[in-house]
Each structure stands twice: as structure tokens, then as C-alpha cells.
Design a protein around this ligand. Structure first.
Ligand SMILES: [Zn+2]
Length: 181
């Protein structure tokens, strides 16, 4: 049983450009005021289908499947031994407590490697960048963070999570806004 004493968080795609931010609403036509973007879209630079998607954390794969909108998706449950804060869709900043479980959703993958129930390690290649799912305009990773539970859990800004947990991320991440969904 793997139990690495490593609590670092890894950015899931290399040299990411943020092509769509959390809670963005200025989107045709499938996102509306009632349905903001619930994650962040990360595109590797230069970026292509097949680029590696790395597990951001040590955790347990709780779901692997095909979702009509999200395409080939992977959900990882984990926790960290330190607290961090992240903003919800209503603008409220939540503190996620040390050891509080959270779920990371990795969507639109070209392919996914682990199966539900398996353990994954931070940095492990768990999928390949793709454009599967509905209304996807180019290869990217849709990355979500949820707390409390997975289904109907509270979604938080994954960029806050990466900024809090990955040294140097906030200073280097680039927003381009050049892709949708
Ligand atoms: Zn997205």
C-alpha cells in the first residue's frame, strides 16, 4: 500500500495557460448567469492532445467515466495536512481545514489511466489532455475543486488552491482567455 509522506501539490498540466477562469459568465451559449464556469481551464503550452495530465495530489480515484459535457473524467479524493483558503461562486472565501477531504475533477481527457478505487501519487500521469465532451473547442484540462461532498459539493476556485499550495504558481500562471469551455 502506497503511503508517501509527501504533501506537495503539483500543477496538473505543464506550463499552464489559464484559458477560462472560475466563475466566468461571459460565455455563449451554454453558460449563462445561472450556470457559471465551475472550474478552471488549463491548457499546456504549447499544448496538444496527448500531453500529460498529472495528479495534483496523493489521493484515491473515486470516479472514472464518460460524462456528456465533461467527456472522459477522473475524480480524485484527497486532503492536505494544512489549511488553505479558496473562493466559492458566491464570492465567499472558505477555509478548507487541515485533513478536510476535497475532490478534484479532471475533465475532457483524451484518455484516463487509473481505475476507480486506485491510489494515485502527486505528479503521476493519470490522463492525457483531450477535447472530449460537449462544446469543447480545443484540447485543455477542465479542473474543479469541491469540498463537503462530490455530488452537490461546494465548488471552489481551483486557482486559489494551486496558488495556495504550489510555490511560485501565482507568480507564473498566465491568463489568455483564448479558449472556451
Ligand atoms: Zn472548463
Amino acid at each position: 500500500m502506497r503511503a508517501p509522506a509527501y504533501h506537495g501539490v503539483v500543477v496538473p498540466v505543464s506550463r499552464p495557460r489559464v484559458t477560462l477562469r472560475f466563475n466566468e459568465r461571459d460565455l455563449p451559449p451554454y453558460y449563462t448567469q445561472e450556470k457559471p464556469h465551475r472550474g478552471v481551464d488549463l491548457s499546456p503550452f504549447p499544448g496538444a492532445t496527448g500531453d500529460p495530465v498529472r495528479s495534483p495530489v496523493n489521493g484515491t480515484v473515486v470516479l472514472v467515466g464518460f460524462h456528456l459535457a465533461a467527456g472522459n473524467e477522473l475524480v480524485i479524493r484527497s486532503s492536505l495536512p494544512y489549511p488553505y483558503t479558496a473562493t466559492a461562486l458566491d464570492g465567499v472565501v472558505y477555509e478548507v481545514a487541515a485533513h478536510q477531504p476535497f475532490w478534484l475533477r479532471l475533465a475532457h481527457n483524451h484518455e484516463v489511466y487509473p481505475k476507480a478505487g486506485e491510489q494515485v501519487a502527486a505528479g503521476e500521469v493519470v490522463a492525457r489532455i483531450g477535447a472530449t465532451g460537449r462544446n469543447v473547442t480545443g484540447p485543455h484540462l477542465h479542473f474543479e475543486l469541491r469540498i463537503n461532498q462530490y455530488e452537490n459539493g461546494l465548488v471552489l476556485d481551483p486557482l486559489d488552491f494551486l496558488s495556495a499550495c504550489v510555490v511560485g504558481f501565482k507568480q507564473t500562471v498566465v491568463y489568455t482567455g483564448d479558449s472556451r469551455v
